[in-house]
Design a protein around this ligand. Structure first.
Ligand code: ADP
Length: 485
């Protein structure tokens, strides 16, 4: 198959993005992306997608039914047989590079749409979500013609049609984390974004059309949990890659048990962030802010449990509270905003309920001052002290800007406390001593451990959890294995 040459020469800047808001063109309704075309949903049903910062409707999104999923899976199957398994590894790479470059060119548009649809600060969409998504496509484009070197001596093959279901916290980035490695290994996909944040995945579908990707290689179907469940059940889906709640992850495990379907699950977390007495305190405090208030705390790897060595507790808390006062909450499109809107009313109510439970169980609450905007879904950054392992808010994932703080005296004590959770996704260690970093991190049961940093991501490094935080890894060579036989 011949691939046309396209040229990409635009650069984007942060200010440019804010200025170009009025240039964003959204359709009145978005259909399903199946077999390279936007098609009407069989039952002609649509649901609104809302800007969580204003509660205004942005546009309408198609609700895919079982018949639509059948069509999407069929088209992915045909695309696999007819095109994607026939072209050379190198040509597959060219297509994925093309997606990366087109996305780079249109980054500001994607960043704005992500912020409007999700509620996250534009600062974060511009500096994190979109660049990370681009990076993932570049990284996995590079692997297509090197797969046999990645796994020497092994006879590897793509799996076939993959069902991919993603959450609402990093919509485009999650789509990239799923689509890029799957295509790189030679699979075709049916991807479903979360119901509150379908827009950037649909814009990605438009971009994929512009990239001339063979029809059916990527299909994007929108809808709710029912739609997701139909993808999971479909007999021609050979593998499910899911990111979302532990509850649905367990349901997917039950549904796929005994079917021979492969699964990877990236689920919840309750990360421990540990500050030792010898840590660089100002850096550690910045790390705490980033670990729990980044993306309104809607991060499965968030460091939602802070452990501070007892003798530095007062100074650390004072510095965190001082830093708190500088956090700017409000309009996500303002480039100075640090904390944007909570993604949905449902999530806000869930967080508020946990805050209530925290107070009722005797935790001492500290919140930032100032008024919140009248419209939209907002939650002030919150800290709970005077809590112990038995408190509900220390045990359960809140998925919001709520931090619990506990103290410890010895390394063994903090390791035991940090591991005392059903989850095992992430952790952070703050200390000047490398020996302590190695000692502690070798004993923490978490898939990702950051040392003197937090919430840093790189396409080359694997990400994923132990225990109830999931199965399998995304990123790096580990991310390729999940999409190969
Ligand atoms: P949250 O509670 O944060 O919304 P979910 O795990 O419910 O997290 O949602 C993550 C993704 O899983 C979304 O795309 C959602 O539509 C989808 N989903 C929800 N229920 C199911 C299900 N039963 N089977 C498959 N996917 C589902």
């Amino acid at each position: 198959m011949k691939i046309k040459n396209l040229t990409y020469n635009k650069v984007w800047s942060y200010d440019e993005a804010l200025e170009s808001q009025e240039n964003i063109k959204l359709k009145k309704k978005y259909d399903l992306f199946i077999n390279g075309k936007f098609v009407l949903p069989e039952k002609s049903k649509y649901f609104p997608t809302i800007n969580p910062a204003t509660e205004e409707k942005i546009t309408n999104i198609a609700q895919a039914d079982k018949a639509d999923i059948n069509k999407a899976v069929e088209s992915a199957g045909i695309a696999y047989e007819k095109y994607w398994s026939k072209i050379s590894n190198r040509d597959r790479g060219k297509y994925i590079f093309r997606i990366a470059r087109m996305l780079q060119e249109r980054a500001k548009e994607f960043a704005l749409i992500e912020t409007i649809d999700n509620g996250k600060p534009i600062k974060e969409s511009m500096s994190f979500d979109i660049p990370t998504a681009i990076n993932w496509f570049f990284y996995y484009a590079g692997w297509t013609d090197k797969l046999k070197y990645a796994f020497p001596g092994k006879k590897i093959k793509p799996i076939g049609t993959i069902g991919q279901i993603i959450p609402w916290n990093f919509p485009l980035m999650m789509a990239a984390w799923k689509i890029a490695p799957a295509l790189s290994c030679g699979n075709t996909v049916v991807l479903k974004p979360a119901e509150t944040t379908s827009l950037t995945a649909l814009k990605l579908a438009e971009l994929i059309q512009d990239c001339d990707l063979p029809p059916g290689v990527v299909n994007i179907v929108t809808g709710n949990g029912y739609t997701g469940a139909e993808i999971v059940k479909h007999k021609d889906i050979k593998k499910i890659a899911f990111t979302g709640s532990t509850k649905i992850g367990k349901e997917i495990q039950r549904t796929t048990a005994g079917t021979g379907k492969k699964i990877t699950l990236e689920l919840g977390g309750k990360g421990a962030n540990i500050i030792f007495e010898d840590a660089a305190i100002n850096q550690a405090v910045e790390g705490v802010i980033n670990s729990i208030y980044f993306n309104q705390g809607h991060v499965c790897s968030a460091g939602s449990r802070l452990f501070v060595q007892e003798n530095i507790y007062d100074i650390v808390m004072k510095k965190i509270k001082d830093r708190f006062k500088t956090l700017k909450i409000g309009n996500p499109l303002d480039k100075n905003t640090d904390i944007g809107a909570i993604n949905s009313k449902k999530q806000l109510e869930k967080i508020q309920n946990y805050i209530k439970i925290g107070k009722n169980e005797g935790g001492k609450i500290y919140q930032t001052f100032g008024n919140l905007p009248e419209k939209g879904y907002w939650c002030k950054p919150t800290i709970f002290t005077e809590v112990s392992q038995s408190h509900t808010i220390v045990r359960e994932e809140i998925f919001g800007p709520v931090l619990t703080v506990q103290t410890f005296r010895t390394i063994d004590e903090v390791i035991e406390k940090a591991n005392n959770t059903f989850y095992g996704l992430s952790a952070g260690v703050w200390t000047e001593k490398a020996s302590k970093i190695f000692k502690v991190s070798s004993k923490l049961k978490a898939g990702v451990i950051w040392a003197n940093s937090f919430n840093k991501f790189n396409a080359a490094s694997p990400f994923g959890g132990y225990k109830e935080s999931g199965l399998g890894r995304e990123g790096g060579k580990h991310g390729l294995i999940q999409y190969l036989k």
